[in-house]
Design a protein around this ligand. Structure first.
Ligand code: NAD
Ligand code: ZN
Length: 246
């Protein structure tokens, strides 16, 4: 896809209050497997079998081993042209808000600062007893499962697992911004997790123009204003350059 409509380019160029919602697809070109693609399995377990409170209760070491593998992949990955373009967007738009489902830290490493990782961060832990939230930068961890330095209890990844509620206050902040933003980009999300899609729909219902970028259709494709079929790392930089030539 090389040619974009004049209407689309004008919208991208002239918007003032913009949101971006990203999912695992934005990091696919950095080599981080999505959950629902072919790389979504580990030792025959699906993500849905491991990223749950029940799995952690049953076998915390197994769940931590999976996270150790993923933390290693994330630490070695580098931001791709989609992440870099989203940094340019933050610098360009008067008001900007990045909502990511990704836990990989790549948006932060690319240079975004107005970012809310609604599902948490793979480099952060939370104590199952005292609730202490700490950075977990040691890779690989010496002790598995890791233990809280304050109370010696079991640590868990500071991540919203399947079936869990979101961190307090986080969604309220997103809804408030989305209630009157002009434009929302929805990039690399399958829409299988319902809350992020509800956020995007809320923005659309409140008048935002929507642009989706994904090689495959998602559960929100039929609702968006513009669906751009393809890879984020290819399409997003192209739009960003094309808007200046229009
Ligand atoms: P998903 O795995 O359900 O879907 C990924 C989507 O990305 C698919 O729609 C796919 O078509 C699309 N995609 C694949 N390659 C792409 C590309 N190059 N450009 C644009 N889109 C591309 O991901 P999800 O909707 O984010 O939901 C999965 C959940 O798992 C999320 O809650 C997320 O927190 C977590 N997760 C995070 C990471 C990460 O941090 N990188 C990776 C896997 C899963
Ligand atoms: Zn503790």
């Amino acid at each position: 896809m090389d040619s974009f409509s004049k209407e689309l380019l004008q919208i991208v160029k002239n918007a003032k209050k913009v949101a971006v919602l990203t999912g695992a697809g934005v990091s696919a070109e950095s080599g981080i497997p999505t959950f629902r693609g072919s790389g979504g399995y580990w030792k025959n377990y699906r993500a849905e079998d491991l990223a749950t409170p029940e799995a952690f209760q049953k076998d915390p070491k197994l769940v931590w081993e999976w996270y150790e593998m993923r933390r290693g992949v994330c630490a070695n990955a580098k931001p791709n042209p989609a992440h870099e373009t989203i940094v340019s967007m933050e610098n360009y738009y008067k008001e900007f808000f990045l909502i990511t489902q990704n836990v990989d830290g790549l948006h932060r490493r690319a240079g975004n600062s107005k970012i809310v990782p609604i599902h948490g961060d793979i480099f952060t832990s939370r104590c199952t007893q005292c609730g202490d939230i700490s950075e977990l930068l040691e890779i690989p961890l010496t002790n598995l499962p890791p233990i809280c330095k304050h109370c010696n209890s079991l640590l868990r990844p500071h991540i919203v697992w399947f079936g869990e509620t979101y961190f307090p206050g986080v969604l309220e902040g997103c809804y408030s911004y989305l209630s009157n933003c002009e434009l929302i980009f929805i990039i690399g999300t399958s829409g299988q997790v319902s809350v992020p899609i509800q956020l995007a729909l809320y923005a659309i219902q409140n008048g935002a123009i929507s642009i989706e970028i994904n090689p495959d259709e998602s559960t929100i494709t039929s609702k968006v204003g513009f669906y751009l079929k393809g890879k984020a790392g290819e399409i997003l930089p192209k739009i960003w350059i094309a808007k200046n030539k229009d």
